[in-house]
Design a protein around this ligand. Structure first.
Ligand code: NAD
Length: 343
């Protein structure tokens, strides 16, 4: 049994609590929030014995093997670093931090204190995404000429007003892309499995009263020569199906939360997953996000701990979308094409 404590008992914490209590090899022992009632409520609801208001105190608890970091995005780094120092394994919500420098600091801490860390990008567990990645890897689509993601969410001003960290550079790290679109940006880059070598983007605040972007478009150059587009927004009522389009010389796959749009090979029938899986959702509101992905990621972390292997989404993977999104912001700010290093 791996014994978990949850740090941050807000909206996403119940997904972690459900995943931990639903797993045969995990147990929820503690909940921590600076607002004690929130920790108390989560603990009562999911049967955790202990409640903390100071996460540093929780990290001293010898009955805890691993922590779920579910706090405000810009606090993830310091909490992951302190957890690693305390010898606790980690599962951390997206984005694992809001700048590449802060992500690198987590990676450095893990080198010094080798605990296991899982990053949460639950869309990577979608059967359609797994199937699309496999087709591309096997060369069944041929050379990828276009790979794009359309990430049109709706979050009203009241969403941004609901907590003082939402829509801030320091603690949310950005807006429509760093908070919502990051799931699709991560998934697109993971499926294509190529680096982006340059980005030209526009990101602005067109409709909300926030300092960060609510609407963004970016043109991508993939390492293999293909182009791509990312459209990301929280201004699109009522929130559209998030959609991916990957076009190769030998065929096209396009799908969204609702299922397949196009899955066609030029010369062959492309294999489809038997099950489309549960819709991940979330474009119209965070309350609609499916929870099955968190369960898979918790189980995978437990298995990685038991078998001393890398978890499914290590920090090197959690870093990629943070790097792309910050490059989009830089291109927009500097009004020029930004090159990314390819090593
Ligand atoms: N994977 C997903 O689909 C998904 C969905 C929603 C949110 N998230 C991510 O989860 C994180 C939390 O988002 P949320 O919507 O639950 O936010 P939230 O504001 O509802 O919850 C954050 C909680 O952290 C607590 N907190 C803040 N500082 C703390 C500290 N120092 N110690 C302990 N607790 C502290 C707050 O009191 C609050 O209860 C964000 O990084 C967000 O990007 C992921």
């Amino acid at each position: 049994m791996i014994r978990f404590g949850i740090i941050g008992c807000g909206s996403i914490s119940s997904a972690h609590a459900k995943a931990i209590t639903g797993s045969e090899k995990a147990k929820l022992v503690a909940a921590c929030d600076i607002i004690e009632e929130k920790a108390q409520k989560l603990a009562e609801e999911y049967g955790a014995e202990k409640v903390y208001v100071d996460y540093m105190e929780m990290l001293k608890d010898p009955d805890i093997d691993a922590v779920s970091v579910c706090t405000t995005s810009g606090l993830h780094g310091e909490m992951c670093i302190e957890a690693a120092k305390a010898g606790k394994h980690i599962i951390c919500e997206k984005p694992i931090e809001v700048t590449v420098e802060k992500v690198n600091a987590i990676a450095d801490a893990l080198k010094a204190h080798p605990v296991k860390m899982q990053c949460v990008f639950q869309r990577r567990t979608m059967p359609l995404a797994i199937a699309a990645r496999k087709l591309i890897k096997e060369g069944r689509l041929g050379k990828v000429v276009m790979a794009s993601a359309y990430l049109k969410y709706y979050r009203a001003q009241s969403y941004y007003d609901s907590a003082d960290w939402r829509g801030t550079w320091e603690l949310d790290g950005g807006g429509a892309l760093m908070n919502q679109g990051i799931h699709g940006i991560d998934l697109l880059a993971w499926m294509v499995d190529q680096k982006v070598t340059s980005i030209y983007a526009k990101a602005g605040t067109l409709a909300r009263n926030i300092p960060v972007e609510d609407t963004a478009v970016a043109i991508l150059q993939w390492e293999g020569g293909g182009y791509g587009v990312i459209e990301g927004a929280t201004t699109v009522y009522p929130g559209l199906d998030t959609k991916f389009e990957i076009v190769g010389e030998k065929g096209t796959v396009s799908f969204g939360d609702k299922g397949i749009y196009t899955w066609e090979g030029v010369d062959e029938e492309l294999p489809k997953p038997q099950e489309a899986g549960e819709s991940i959702g979330g474009s119209s509101g965070a309350q609609n996000i499916s929870l099955s992905g968190h369960r898979i990621l918790i189980d995978d972390l437990v298995d990685a701990i038991e078998n001393d292997r890398e978890p499914m989404i290590p920090v090197s993977e959690g870093r990629k979308a943070v790097e792309l999104i910050n490059a989009i912001y830089r291109s927009s700010r500097e009004k020029k094409e930004v090159s990314l290093s390819v090593d």
